[in-house]
Design a protein around this ligand. Structure first.
Ligand code: GLY
Ligand code: MN
Ligand code: MN
Length: 426
């Protein structure tokens, strides 16, 4: 969507937020709400601060990820007021806001001090944000029921939010193509990261999460966090899980590439991708997300059987005996928004057989979720299977061969529409 069209959707998004927040404030008995953007704490006994990305509710309204010490006041029937911290500072730059349509809805005031602004008269004020910046602030801090209610306002994305997420996907996909090319040219994890950053025009500090880039065995560590500067002697596989932020909104995409000369691993990647696309097709209103997770286990069992990794056991028994969980230990996905693992996904805890599932709700129009099945060779998870009666069904020779490729994950970002789904990552 052209940028001007996307920007023109933002005022309606803000009016919808105003209506949602007014309902929450009325229900919780507050007449005003102050949202703190937050500030990066300093490292202990150091003059260097941690990376800052802003508090979720502040991003939901403004999308401004880099604005520390800023405040947003919401009151029923009145325009929101945004106090932007703009110090006179010759050490750092103070970027100016581009003139955009949202500034007709939110009143912007600039101030050079970091502390809380003068709010005017309030009857019952709630303040939400990082407790570290709220010390001298009046009002009730982070009331639990109010926080839960405003997190619920993030569950159904507006048209503006969906277009921001689509844009975040579009940018990330360019990066993923560049990363795959770099891998096939023999680059190291570090070099692949540079290629991703170059293609997305996004520095690490601004990414929605630390990009996961694993070659060979490293692909089998779910959130592998280092970048080797040397490529392995024989590059066999690349798993890259990386996103982009666009106006505060995150993409969260994973792709796995088999090196030429790895036909068995390539076939497994192909099989998992076919399963992933079928799971994406399940996304629709009234579908229980936990069912998609359970279908994933059935699909993984079928894949283990078809590839010969496990034989002599029915698909049902593979799931029941925990074999599929050893190969696919995480959940099928989560909500996505201004936080990569967006809030309010678990009003009920996950079932005992899916302890890491981050989303347990029934899908409704406007929700945005990830669909991210995986199949990994993780020694610490395979060991207990090996040492149990089920060990006899494992094809150890094939597992040993493919363990050097680490694992596979394929992840897309999917919007629930009125009649089905829109996949933003394809
Ligand atoms: N990038 C982390 C995740 O996929 O949840
Ligand atoms: Mn991911
Ligand atoms: Mn994810």
């Amino acid at each position: 969507m052209p940028e001007q069209d996307l920007l023109s959707l933002q005022p309606a998004h803000l009016r919808e937020l105003q209506a949602r927040y007014e309902r929450v404030l009325a229900a919780e008995g507050f007449d005003s709400l102050l949202i703190a953007s937050g500030a990066a704490p300093y490292r202990h006994r150091d003059d260097q601060a941690y990376v800052f990305q802003g508090f979720g509710p502040f991003l939901h309204w403004t999308g401004l990820t880099g604005q520390e010490h800023s405040w947003l006041l919401i009151r029923p029937g009145q325009a929101p007021v945004l106090w932007l911290y703009q110090p006179v500072d010759f050490w750092h730059a103070t970027p100016e806001l581009a003139a955009e349509p949202w500034q007709q809805v939110i009143e912007v005031r600039r101030r050079p001090e970091p502390g809380v602004p003068e709010l005017g008269a309030t009857k019952r004020l709630a303040v939400v944000g990082d407790p570290q910046v709220l010390e001298a602030v009046p009002g009730e801090h982070n009331p639990e029921a109010l926080l839960a209610a405003i997190e619920e306002t993030r569950v159904h994305k507006t048209a503006y939010e969906i277009e921001c997420l689509a844009e975040a996907n579009r940018h990330a996909l360019v990066g993923h193509q560049a990363a795959a090319r770099a891998f096939l040219q023999g680059e190291s994890e570090f070099g692949i990261n540079l290629a991703y950053q170059q293609a997305t025009g996004q520095r690490e500090a601004d990414a929605p999460y630390h990009s996961i880039i694993g070659l060979n065995e490293h692909a089998g560590t779910l959130h592998y966090q280092y970048y080797d500067t040397c490529a392995p002697q024989k590059p066999r596989s690349l798993l890259i899980d990386a996103g982009v932020r666009y106006r505060g909104y995150c993409s969260d995409i994973t792709r796995t590439t088999a090196a030429p000369g790895e036909p068995r691993f390539a076939a497994l990647v192909q099989g998992l991708e076919a399963l992933q696309l079928r799971l994406c097709d399940m996304v629709a209103p009234r579908v229980d997300y936990v069912d998609i997770h359970r279908k994933t286990h059935q699909g993984i069992a079928a894949l283990l059987s078809a590839s010969g990794l496990v034989s002599g056991l029915s698909d049902e028994a593979m799931v029941e005996q925990g074999i599929t969980r050893a190969f696919f230990p995480h959940g099928i996905g989560h909500f996505l928004g201004v936080q990569v693992h967006d809030v309010a996904g678990k009003p009920t805890p996950p079932p005992a057989d899916a302890p890491f599932l981050r989303m347990t709700r029934t899908l409704e129009e406007g929700m945005v979720v990830t669909i991210e099945p995986g199949l990994y060779f993780i020694p610490s998870l395979l060991e207990p299977i090996r040492n149990s009666a089920a060990g006899q069904y494992l094809n150890e020779a094939l597992i040993a061969e493919l363990s050097g490729c680490g694992g596979i994950r394929i992840e897309d970002n999917v919007v629930v529409t009125a009649t089905g789904a829109r996949n933003l990552s394809r």
